[in-house]
Design a binder for this molecule. Structure first.
Ligand code: ACM
Length: 532
């Protein structure tokens, strides 16, 4: 059985004590320079491609500042409005947004950027008169705004008005990502997370230039998305979670559309996952006809894996999958539907292949590309399908063969990128079946050279999954994600030439006052000399 809420609360209290003790140590260790943190172009996470400080030059955002955006571009205007929303609470300034190109205040332009920045990169220049961000697309402006955010004092993250000055160090940044896919995953099936909790996580990951959020929407313990043609999936299959939680633990399609839109406004594409043919007890419990014997199993709130399977030989299985994928595709502006495929221990290998051979064309029929946990490469999916590597070894012949055929691999090695692994054996939250993962472990690997016989050219990017068997609220999620999510985000964004633990840990140290000001819980790893 899963971990009950009351046990978890006790764990939370123990953790609070641990955190208090650890930060007390960090205070003593802090150098005087760190007692008054300044912002610097050298402290940005993820590390930019190129930074050129202009010593002695600063810009101060003042009460009369305006945000100007590229004339004629509604997309630039939206990023300008987002920047204003970000900067208004702590400064208390009006920060009106208007179209314009004068290099005063904050200016977001879609002209004049170095072509090298591509669709997601940007150039940022800080002069005594203002900050100019130039990009070739709105995604680049959005990334530039995240960098500007880290150049303002940490208290910019506060939700209430703070006193200035709001000084930005002078200089310039040229920046663009190493990989086009920088992902996070949230398991909303083992524990359900409300729309507001997911939005909170979206805001937190967007700050580190993550551009995909994979939502694990269905598993043995719960089905979390309304499917109008199979309503009991949500109303019954989504009525429990691990622990004592009960109720309407799912998103209506309207709510889900709102999440997709909100993510989009933060530069993030949502990838919905319905895990199959295993990890399907919630669906099997909701509809007896999906079971080979016609008998629905009970709902499940434990933590075992590998015991459920859709019925491979029944035609209704494929009617069900077709209906679900059709409704999901209609809710998904992004290119991918994730079909799971992991740990199908109750499905024979031939049945697994039969299943995937029928399901992969359904993904294509609904206009989407398939993503799946890497086990599905054994079924030889089209090269447009994206296998997500989650293994614990650095050798996988099937994944290497898929890469050689032309599939682009998304890297989530469980021993490095799984944010639900404990930091150390005493950490009260999380699991340890793959590894204990301290922040240095999460950072110190190269996604482009990790898997034997899988060259960097075959890597699509990285994703940091967060499974929630032991995690029940935002505080739990944050303590697992911070500081490791920024480590994985940096592996996805920053050039390999910037890879250096000592430098990363120093930059990471400056995130702590930002998390504190913004109310983000984090694990104050003793591997980092945190700035107060
Ligand atoms: C997985 O962790 N079963 C993908």
């Amino acid at each position: 059985m899963g971990i009950g809420t009351s046990t978890r609360r006790l764990h939370g209290a123990a953790l609070a004590l641990l955190l208090a003790a650890t930060s007390a140590v960090a205070v003593g260790a802090a150098s005087p320079a760190q007692a008054t943190p300044e912002t610097s172009l050298r402290h940005i996470v993820p590390a930019p491609v190129k930074v050129t400080p202009r010593p002695g030059v600063t810009y101060s955002l003042t009460a009369g500042a305006r945000i100007q955006t590229q004339p004629g571009s509604a997309d630039a205007r939206k990023v300008g409005e987002y920047a204003a929303e970000l900067l208004r609470p702590a400064t208390g300034y009006r920060l009106p947004v208007s179209s314009g190109v004068t290099p005063r205040g904050v200016t977001l332009l879609l002209v004049g950027a170095d072509p090298k920045v591509g669709q997601e990169g940007y150039q940022l220049d800080v002069t005594p008169w203002g900050v100019v961000i130039r990009a070739r697309a709105a995604a680049g402006l959005f990334a530039g705004v995240q960098t500007l955010r880290q150049l303002l004092p940490a208290k910019i993250e506060a939700k209430t008005r703070q006193s200035g000055p709001w000084t930005v160090p002078g200089g310039s940044v040229l920046d663009y990502p190493r990989f086009g896919h920088r992902g996070a995953m949230l398991d909303v099936a083992r524990h359900f997370f409300s729309v507001d909790e997911v939005k909170r996580y979206i805001d937190q990951i967007a700050a580190y230039k993550v551009n995909y959020l994979h939502l694990h929407l269905a598993d043995d313990q719960g089905w979390r998305i309304e499917i109008k043609s199979w309503p009991r999936l949500a109303t019954y299959g989504g009525s429990v979670e691990i622990g004592p939680g009960e109720g309407a633990l799912y998103y209506t399609q309207e709510q889900y559309k709102g999440l997709v839109k909100y993510a989009g406004s933060r530069g993030i594409t949502i990838i919905p996952e319905i895990d199959m043919p295993g990890h399907t007890n919630a669906a099997l419990a909701s509809y007896p006809e999906l079971n080979c014997d016609g008998v629905a199993p009970p709902l499940y709130d434990g933590t075992e894996v590998g015991f459920s399977s859709l019925c491979i030989d029944k035609p209704i299985t494929y009617k069900f999958v077709d209906d679900v994928l059709r409704e999901l595709a209609a809710l998904t502006p992004g290119p991918f539907l994730h079909i799971g495929g992991d740990e199908a221990h109750s499905t024979s290998e031939p049945d697994f292949k039969t299943f995937m051979d029928k399901v992969l064309p359904l993904v294509a029929k609904h206009g989407k590309l398939a993503m799946g946990w890497h086990e599905f490469v054994k079924t030889n999916p089209a090269t447009s399908a994206v296998p997500q590597f989650w293994g614990t070894e650095t050798v996988d012949a099937d994944v290497a063969a898929a890469a050689a055929r032309g599939n682009k691999i998304l890297m989530s090695p469980a021993v490095k990128a799984y944010l639900d692994m404990k930091y150390d054996e005493n950490f009260p939250l999380g699991q340890d079946w793959a590894a204990l993962i301290e922040v240095k472990d999460a950072y110190d690997w190269n996604p482009g050279a990790y898997l034997k016989d899988v060259p960097e050219s075959a890597i699509r990017g990285v994703e940091a999954p967060l499974w929630t068997e032991t995690l029940a609220d935002s505080s739990d999620l944050e303590q697992m994600a911070f500081p490791r999510l920024p480590a994985i985000a940096e592996l996805g964004w920053s050039p390999q030439s910037t890879h250096n633990w000592d430098d990363f840990s120093k930059r990471l140290a400056y995130q702590a006052p930002r998390w504190k000001a913004g109310g983000v819980k984090f694990y104050p790893s003793t591997q980092v000399n945190w700035v107060k």
